[in-house]
Ligand binder design. Structure first.
Ligand code: CO8
Length: 259
């Protein structure tokens, strides 16, 4: 996998995607969004990768969609650009892999929207996060109006989007926008620690849990319960369900085969 604006590192079951346009604080132009989308399509086919970590090079995670690129778009082009981001971020949300955002700095606009498409967000104390789009005369366009209220509740999402306020990592944690805050030097240790903790568990049980949560959020609760019971049932077709329960009864640590 060769990309111009992404650095990809795969180590055992973990892939790190580093967005690499530090001169523009990793702002998302169409090229970078297309690369992120293509990268996820590639990784989806790679059975060795179970966890994907996204981070930014330099002092930003992503400081938003690229304003220089967007400024002169006409309405049709802007809608297409918005859709390219929505499709790329949906590919992240719908990925069967678990995706962790390692927020290392500015996480603004499209950067916040990218982070919200991930399963988990760990932030360094340096993070400044928000949806400042209205200060530029636009609405969020890569899913922010939909994912932010689902994550932090309608009232807080409206406050953040209408004011364009940029908040620090501690406040983001207090409203549930990020899972955890750590000092910058411990960011990767924390993220890799969480990745490895997830990898200790039965792979399909983790994947089906993600699917049940995300698909369940799109539908009414009764349908969500049906999705959960179907995926719960499916776990019983895996070797790892047998191993997980047998190891408990035999009072030993489970040795999962990811099957
Ligand atoms: N787009 C393009 N370039 C950017 C962006 C951006 N979003 N952010 C920073 N840069 C560039 C700067 O222009 C600057 O370039 P240069 O050196 O050539 O002048 C370089 O990165 C460094 O930035 P600063 O000098 O500004 O760095 P500071 O540390 O002084 O400030 C900030 C950092 C506060 C993050 C500041 O750069 C900033 O406010 N950036 C813009 C943040 C923003 O408003 N983001 C939201 C963008 S809109 C959006 O994301 C919409 C998503 C949906 C799109 C849907 C499309 C239809």
């Amino acid at each position: 996998m060769k990309y111009k604006n992404l650095i990809i590192e795969i180590n055992k079951n973990i892939c790190i995607i580093k967005i690499n346009r530090p001169q523009a604080l990793n702002a998302l132009n169409i090229e970078t969004i297309t690369e992120i989308h293509n990268c996820f399509k590639e990784l989806e086919k790679n059975d060795n990768v179970d966890i994907i970590i996204i981070m930014g090079e330099g002092k930003a995670f992503v400081a938003g969609a690229d304003i220089s690129y967007m400024k002169n778009l006409n309405a049709v082009e802007a809608k297409e650009f918005g859709l390219s981001g929505i499709n790329a971020f949906n590919a992240i949300e719908n990925s069967k892999k678990i995706v962790i955002a390692a927020l290392n700095g500015f996480t603004l606009g499209g950067g916040c929207e990218l982070a919200m498409a991930c399963d988990i967000r760990i932030a360094s104390t340096k993070v400044k996060i928000g949806q400042p789009e209205v200060s530029l005369g636009i609405t969020p366009g890569f899913g922010g109006t939909q994912r932010l209220p689902r994550l932090v509740g309608v009232a807080k999402a409206k406050e953040l989007i209408y004011t364009g306020n940029i908040i620090d990592a501690q406040e983001a944690e207090s409203i549930g926008l990020v899972n955890k805050v750590v000092e910058p030097e411990f960011l990767m240790e924390e993220v890799l620690g969480m990745a490895n903790k997830i990898l200790e568990n039965a792979k399909f049980a983790v994947r089906y849990s993600k699917e049940a949560i995300d698909k369940g959020l799109q539908v009414d609760k009764t349908t969500g319960m049906f999705i959960e019971s179907s995926l719960f049932g499916l776990c019983f077709s895996t070797d790892d369900q047998q191993e997980g329960m047998l190891s408990f009864l035999e009072k030993r640590k489970a040795v999962f085969k990811d099957k």
